[in-house]
Design a protein around this ligand. Structure first.
Ligand code: HEC
Length: 172
């Protein structure tokens, strides 16, 4: 029993460490060398946007797909066939030289970058941001009132001129 308890304690320490073992920094450099030609995190390029890929696929599926996507597609894997067809059947090259840990690091980077994408890009501009230069007219807009005054004077003067001209023409 004692040994069993020790084993449990040992496992509970080791299991979370497995997750922490992923290194997003290493993943980022591999991703930038090998994947950015076709993938972005937040938008589709040649291949699909990879944001949230670890939510829609299992870790082992991602590893198999990156190692040999065509093998998985030809085996009839439903998800692989669907994503292949959705991307005009463009063949993703195999990356069989990457280790499982490399791919887990890439996934860790995708998760991290996905959070940044979600935080930085608002779905749409709020009105205050879209029209930040527009302000209601105020009494302190002296330039506007001065122009308005000059324009009003011009209108009055020209109307007066018309009246004078009409009176002149009647007099003759
Ligand atoms: C030459 C272009 C190209 C490169 C390079 C590439 N991919 Fe892909 N990737 C694709 C295409 C296209 C798809 C869509 C599936 C298909 O057509 O086979 C895809 C699909 C995927 C998927 C499945 C996405 C989903 O929504 O299920 C993953 C995961 C993936 N790629 C990861 C990677 C990783 C990681 C790398 C770098 C090691 C990489 N890809 C490099 C073109 C590429």
């Amino acid at each position: 029993m004692k040994a069993f308890c020790k084993l449990l304690v040992g496992l509970s320490v080791l299991l979370p460490l497995q997750g922490f073992g992923s290194d997003a920094g290493k993943g980022e450099s591999i991703f930038k060398q090998r994947c950015t030609a076709c993938h972005e995190i937040g938008s589709k390029l040649v291949g699909p946007a990879l944001k949230d890929v670890s939510k829609r696929r299992s870790a082992s599926w991602i590893i198999q797909f990156v190692h040999g996507s065509q093998k998985l597609i030809k085996s009839g894997d439903k998800e692989a066939v669907t994503v292949f067809n959705e991307n005009n059947q463009v063949v993703m090259p195999d990356h069989s030289d990457l280790s499982d840990a490399d791919i887990q690091n890439i996934v860790a980077y995708i998760e991290k970058a996905g959070l940044q994408v979600a935080a930085n890009i608002p779905a749409h501009n709020r009105p205050a941001e879209a029209q930040s230069n527009e302000q209601p007219l105020a009494f302190s807009d002296y330039g506007f009132w001065a122009l308005y005054g000059i324009f009003a004077m011009l209108v009055i003067v020209s109307l007066r001129a018309v009246v004078v001209a009409v009176e002149w023409s009647k007099r003759e």
